[in-house]
Ligand binder design. Structure first.
Ligand SMILES: [Zn+2]
Ligand SMILES: [Zn+2]
Length: 290
């Protein structure tokens, strides 16, 4: 771990050094001809590659999850072995909340099957889907992104959302992506809004607009862990508000979150978006509990 942290610090310093130098050049010298700029860019790129190669020798990159060497791996920070161990959500699932179900007996499987909870209290959203289960590698990778601030994991984790996007949403294509917001005190503490970061990447990958400011969490909520269904609902009740309800009218919207835990937050956000006039609301998370 110590090695990985030192390595991160080195990378930041090197990047900052290069950035400051180029800023200075821009403000103190006349514009250079295009060919010179290209040549300088190529030289800088070459220097960057050389530094990177040197760093790889001095401080070999390690998998944040198992400590194995990760040089040349397609996913930075996580080795291929760990990445391939992600537990994906597979059918049969509840067609509304996405809860994995025990395999139904032969002949009873139905594409419209819903779980008991959804039948008893129909959620205000049309459907919720998650890429994987919140355990093992996926949970560790999300924790590393959120709490250890390994921002290099945002892109590969968002790529998982993108890979399954068409499969889940082709028949309910959203007109905007709405990240589930953090309370500003939590944002100050964490300095990172993971749902917004994932939604931004997905927006870039799909071309679907990002509406990061339409939903606001104006009250900090307690952890949902250990609360029963009623307590969870009360915990998030009134915690969110819509900033621009006119924008939501007649829209198909997709809420984006890193983890779908109990569904109470998703229900509350979806309820507000529907109340503001959205015709369809879906939930798309990287991982779901159970
Ligand atoms: Zn690993
Ligand atoms: Zn369900």
């Amino acid at each position: 771990m110590g090695t990985a942290l030192s390595r991160k610090a080195c990378r930041v310093t090197l990047r900052r050094g290069g950035h400051d130098a180029s800023l200075e050049e821009i403000t103190t010298t006349q514009p250079a001809p295009v060919t010179e700029i290209r040549e300088e860019q190529m030289q800088a790129q070459h220097r960057g590659t050389a530094w990177q190669a040197l760093l790889d020798v001095l401080l070999p990159p390690q998998c944040r999850l198992c400590g194995a060497r990760t040089a040349g791996e397609p996913v930075p920070w996580v080795c291929q072995r760990c990445w391939l161990a992600i537990t994906y959500v597979v059918p049969p699932i509840c067609q509304q909340c996405g809860q994995p179900l025990a395999a139904p007996p032969e002949g009873i499987a139905s594409s419209t099957h819903r779980c008991g909870a959804c039948l008893l209290h129909p959620p205000p959203y049309e459907r919720a889907r998650a890429v994987g289960l919140y355990d093992g590698v996926l949970r560790d990778a999300i924790h590393a992104m959120k709490y250890q601030r390994i921002y290099g994991l945002v892109q590969p984790l968002a790529a998982l959302l993108h890979a399954q996007f068409a499969c889940h949403w082709h028949d309910a294509m959203p007109e905007a992506l709405v990240p589930v917001p953090l309370h500003r005190s939590r944002l100050r503490q964490r300095e990172f809004d993971q749902a917004c970061a994932l939604a931004r990447c997905l927006s870039q990958d799909t071309g679907i607009p990002l509406w990061a400011d339409v939903l606001v969490r104006h009250r900090r909520t307690a952890s949902q862990v250990g609360l029963d269904a009623t307590q969870r609902r009360r915990n998030v009740q009134g915690a969110f508000t819509i900033r621009d309800s006119l924008r939501c009218q007649e829209k198909t919207l997709l809420l984006i979150d890193d983890v779908y835990t109990t569904g109470a937050t998703a229900r509350e956000c979806a309820r507000l978006l529907r109340q503001a006039g959205a015709v369809r609301v879906g939930i798309y998370a990287l991982a779901r509990v159970g």
